[in-house]
Design a protein around this ligand. Structure first.
Ligand code: KIV
Ligand code: ZN
Length: 535
C-alpha cells in the first residue's frame, strides 16, 4: 500500500487568520473583532483555530484565552474546534500558551523551532543536535500540559531532507501528534515540495502515528499549489487563512484549498469538513474587520469570481450552467448582489438579509442597526450588502467609547485659499476647540486634532475607498498611526465610514487615537515578542 493510501480521506483545516493573518501589516484586530471572527470560523467548520501567540503581548494572551473560553466551547455542526496557541520552543512561551488555551474543550499547544541551515547557523547559532534536543524538550514540556501538541519545523522548505526526517521522528517520539512542514519563506516549487512530503512518508516510520501538516507562504504565488500537492502526497492538515492573509504575501487561502478539495474530490480522494456555504460570509467579515479589500478577480470570493461578461459565456450558461461553471456561487455562500434595500424596506427583510450575510444581530443591536440603516437610506438611494456590513461592523466592533470624542469638524478649502479646519472635541466631558491649517483638508483636520490633544500622531497609512459604487457611496477611511515622538512605538488602525469623507477621515483619526490609548494601557511595548526572535 502506498503512503498516500494509508491516510484517511479527511483533510483537517487549521485556520491561522487570527495569528499568521493578523501578523500582516495593517491587519491587527481588536479582541471584539477576533472573537467575532473566531465565532464565524467555528460556524465555517474549521477543525483548528490558531487564536494567537500568547507570549507576544498581554493583549495577545487575553485574546487567545477569551477565544479558548468562548469559541473553544461552542458547538457547530456537532463539533467544537480545537483552539491552538503558538509558542517558540521555550519554556516561558509554552507555559504561557498552556495557560491561554486551557479553557478550551480541545486545547492545543503549537510549538516551533527553525531547522534550516541558515536559521540554525545565523539566527539560532545552534548545532543540528542542539536543535533536536530543544525541539524534543519543548514537545515534552507541552505534553505535560495538554494531550494535543503540534510541532513546526520553521523553514522546513529549506531544510536538508535527511535532517528534517530526523527531527520529525524525534518530535513524534517525544509526543507530538501533528508535525508541520512549513514553507516559511514561500521558496518551494510544487513538484519539489510534494517530493519532500513523500520523502517523510517513505523514510520516517513514525509518521503513521501522526498527522503531517503543511503551512505555505505565498511569496512566489505558490502557497495553494504547494499545499495541494502535499495533500496529494499524504499531508492531512493544511494551515491557511481566510482571503489568504498573512506575513508578507500571505498564506495559502482557505477558500481556495477547501474548494479545490471539494470540486476535485475525484482527483484528491479526500475532502475537508468545512461548510462551504459559510465561505463568502467569512471572507466578507474578515475583509471588513481587517480593512483589507478582496481583489475583484480573486478566486472563489472575488466580486467577479462568478461573473460572466462575454456573450459567448452568457449564451453557454443559459443553455447549461455546466458549460462555464465548475462550482455554483451558492455552494460558497455567494448570494449575488442581493436585494438592494431602500428607505421603504421593512424590519423583517432587513434582519433576514443581515442573517444571510452572517451577522447575528438581535435585540438592542438589531434595533440600532435598523435605525442606522434608515438614516443611510435617507441619504442614499440604494443600500447594498457592503453598506449593511459597514453598519453591522460599526455596531458590533465599536470599542467602549474612547475618552476622546469628536463633536464637530469643519473645513474651509478651495483653489485659492489655504485649507483651514476647525475642530471641537471632548475629553471626559471637558470641551476643547482649536483650528489649524494643512496641506489639504484632511491634513488641516489632523493638525487641529493634534493641537487639541497635545500629542501629535504620525500617519503611516491613509486609505480612502468607496464602499459601493455610485456618487452617493459611503466613503471608508482607514488610517494607521503611531505617536510622533515614539521611536518604535505601537502602531494602531482607526476606521470610520460616512457619506462625508472629511468627517470619515476625522472620525478614523479619533478612533485610532483612542485605540492607541487603550493599547498603550493594556501592553507595554517592550514586552512584545516577535515570531522570528531567537529563543
Ligand atoms: O511560516 C511559518 O513557519 C510559521 C510557523 C510559526 C508555523 O508561521
Ligand atoms: Zn507562517
Amino acid at each position: 500500500m502506498s503512503s498516500t493510501q494509508q491516510q484517511n480521506d479527511r483533510v483537517l483545516i487549521f485556520d491561522t487568520t487570527l495569528r499568521d493573518g493578523e501578523q500582516a501589516p495593517g491587519c491587527s484586530m481588536t479582541l471584539k473583532e477576533k472573537l467575532e471572527v473566531g465565532r464565524q470560523l467555528a460556524r465555517l467548520g474549521v477543525d483548528v483555530i490558531e487564536a494567537g501567540f500568547p507570549i507576544s503581548s498581554v493583549g495577545d494572551f487575553e485574546s487567545v484565552r477569551t477565544i479558548a473560553e468562548v469559541v473553544g466551547n461552542l458547538e457547530f455542526h456537532g463539533r467544537t474546534p480545537i483552539i491552538a496557541g503558538l509558542a517558540r520552543a521555550k519554556d516561558i512561551d509554552i507555559k504561557r500558551a498552556a495557560d491561554a488555551v486551557k479553557p478550551a474543550r480541545h486545547p492545543r499547544i503549537h510549538t516551533f523551532l527553525a531547522t534550516s541551515p541558515i536559521h540554525r547557523e545565523k539566527k539560532l547559532r545552534m548545532s543540528r543536535e542542539q536543535v533536536i534536543e530543544t525541539a524534543v524538550n519543548a514537545v515534552k514540556l507541552a505534553r505535560s500540559f495538554v494531550d494535543d501538541v503540534e510541532f513546526s519545523l520553521e523553514d522546513a522548505g529549506r531544510t536538508e531532507w535527511d535532517y528534517m526526517a530526523q527531527v520529525v521522528a524525534a518530535v513524534i517520539d517525544a509526543g507530538a501528534g501533528t508535525v508541520n512542514i512549513p514553507d516559511t519563506v514561500g521558496y518551494c516549487q510544487p513538484e519539489q515540495y510534494g517530493a519532500q512530503i513523500k520523502y517523510l512518508f517513505d523514510n520516517v516510520p513514525q509518521v503513521k502515528s501522526a498527522i503531517i501538516s503543511v503551512h505555505c507562504h505565498d511569496d512566489l504565488g505558490l502557497a495553494v499549489a504547494n499545499s495541494l500537492i502535499a495533500v496529494k502526497h499524504g499531508a492531512r492538515q493544511v494551515e491557511c487563512t481566510v482571503n489568504g492573509l498573512g506575513e508578507r504575501a500571505g498564506n495559502a487561502s482557505l477558500e481556495e484549498i477547501v474548494m479545490n478539495l471539494k470540486t476535485r474530490r475525484d482527483y484528491f480522494g479526500c475532502e475537508s469538513r468545512v461548510q462551504t456555504e459559510q465561505i463568502y460570509p467569512t471572507s466578507r467579515l474578515v475583509s471588513q474587520v481587517t480593512g483589507q479589500r478582496v481583489q475583484s478577480n480573486k478566486a472563489i470570493v472575488g466580486a467577479n469570481a462568478f461573473a460572466h461578461e462575454s456573450g459567448i459565456h452568457q449564451d453557454g450558461m443559459l443553455k447549461d450552467k455546466l458549460t462555464y461553471e465548475i462550482m455554483t456561487p451558492e455552494s460558497v455562500g455567494w448570494k449575488g448582489e442581493g436585494m438592494v434595500m431602500g428607505k421603504h424596506s421593512g424590519r423583517h427583510a432587513f434582519s433576514k438579509r443581515l442573517e444571510e450575510l452572517g451577522f447575528e444581530m438581535q435585540g438592542e443591536n438589531l434595533e440600532k442597526a435598523f435605525v442606522k440603516f434608515k438614516e443611510l437610506a435617507d441619504k442614499k438611494k440604494e443600500v447594498f450588502d457592503d453598506d449593511l456590513c459597514v453598519i453591522c461592523d460599526e455596531i458590533l466592533f465599536k470599542e467602549s467609547a474612547g475618552a476622546w470624542e469628536l463633536t464637530y469638524a469643519a473645513v474651509n478649502t478651495g483653489t485659492s485659499i489655504l485649507p483651514t479646519a476647525t475642530v471641537k472635541m471632548t475629553y471626559r466631558d471637558e470641551e476643547f476647540v482649536d483650528a489649524a491649517m494643512g496641506d489639504g483638508p484632511v491634513d488641516a483636520v489632523y493638525h487641529a486634532i493634534d493641537r487639541i490633544t497635545g500629542a501629535p500622531l504620525k500617519v503611516h497609512e491613509y486609505h480612502l475607498e468607496a464602499v459601493t459604487e455610485g456618487q452617493d457611496a459611503l466613503g471608508r477611511v482607514t488610517v494607521s498611526v503611531s505617536r510622533q515622538d515614539a521611536k518604535e512605538g505601537v502602531k494602531v488602525r482607526g476606521r470610520a465610514t460616512s457619506t462625508d469623507v472629511i468627517l470619515a477621515s476625522a472620525r478614523a483619526y479619533v478612533n485610532a487615537l483612542n485605540a492607541l490609548d487603550r493599547t498603550e494601557k493594556s501592553q507595554s511595548s517592550n514586552d512584545r515578542v516577535k515570531i522570528g526572535s531567537t529563543p
